[in-house]
Design a binder for this molecule. Structure first.
Ligand code: PMM
Length: 301
């Protein structure tokens, strides 16, 4: 930890938010390491995400957790205000912004590189104004028609994740003959739409969208097929952290392992994903995955 002054709880007692006194220029995308996989730490400022919902819903708790992740070495902090788990309630962009903008501002002020997990153009735009450096959009094939123009204009890196239909109603869309070929083709088609709108190819990061309109079998096939994604010529991000297919894998006596029991499996995926060409991993336990990507890099030599 390099700045105790920035640690929550060290500000005046009356301060409503953790005080970030040591203001630094925010880290840029170009500062990210290139000699190992990149670790994006998840910060869900939501009451209802499947694994950490409700833990960091107040701005002060979210900022404290974000600073902990940042000082713990996470390369990127992915701030999200809307849960995408099946059955979750959708919220308005205004509610989403009220949850996340103060958190983005404080973490960017502390020098963290922030990505924003949003499907809303207005939230993406305001988040960039607040200091976010990456937009992480899980809308997949249902993306907002204005999103490509915003990304082209603001020139920020953009995570283009695959998903069919509404993430909150996943199962009906989970029918594939060849999941790897179909997801690769659908992502390439989406990518072309963003490029046609003026987004630079190197701004685009692709994500197969594990668990989004995919069952466990699909997720494993997509992980096995990672080299097919990297062939598209973009950075590839993998988000497997604590997802249900890991709970199923680790089932014991017929009981699916709880989200908190899925971190060891997640770090194994982090090592294997970057060893198989992924640029980065999106995870809850960023410390463990940092070690995992360092091992993978040392192994690769
Ligand atoms: N998964 C979730 C949310 N956002 N973003 C990307 N790029 N990739 C993912 O796989 C992804 C995501 C759902 O998980 P969470 O509720 O733990 O955040």
């Amino acid at each position: 930890m390099d700045s105790l002054a920035a640690v929550p709880g060290t500000g005046p007692a009356t301060s409503p938010l953790p005080v970030v006194r040591k203001v630094r220029a925010p880290r840029k995308f170009s500062d990210l390491p290139t000699d190992r996989g990149v670790v994006m730490a998840i910060l869900n400022v939501t009451p209802d995400s499947f694994s950490d919902g409700g833990k960091f819903v107040s701005p002060d708790k979210a900022i404290a957790q974000g600073l902990k992740l940042f000082y713990g070495g996470a390369d990127i902090i992915d701030v999200g205000g809307e849960s995408t788990r099946p059955g979750a309630e959708s919220i308005t962009p205004e509610e989403e912004q009220a949850r996340i903008l103060p958190v983005i501002e404080a973490l960017a002020k502390a020098g963290a590189l922030i990505s924003v997990d949003t499907m809303h153009v207005d939230t993406a735009s305001k988040a960039i104004d607040a200091g976010a450096g990456i937009i992480n959009d899980v809308s997949g094939m249902t993306f907002s028609p204005e999103m490509p123009a915003l990304i082209a204009e603001r020139k920020v890196p953009y995570v283009l994740m695959h998903r069919r239909g509404d993430a909150r109603n996943v199962d009906p869309a989970a029918k594939y003959d060849d999941v790897v070929a179909e997801v690769v083709a659908e992502l390439a088609e989406l990518r072309d739409k963003f490029v046609a709108a003026g987004v630079a190819e190197d701004q685009i990061i692709l994500d197969p969208g594990l668990g989004f309109s995919k069952n466990a079998e699909h997720n494993w096939a997509l992980l096995r097929g990672l080299p097919e994604f990297t062939k598209l010529g973009h950075k590839v991000l993998v988000g497997a952290s604590r997802k249900r297919f890991l709970g199923t894998l680790l089932s014991s006596a017929g009981k699916v392992a709880a989200p908190a029991e899925r971190d060891h499996a997640t770090l194994a995926i982090s090592a294997l994903a970057v060893a198989n060409g992924a640029w980065g991993v999106r995870v809850h336990d960023s410390g463990a995955s940092l070690d995992a990507v360092k091992v993978a890099a040392a192994w690769a030599g």
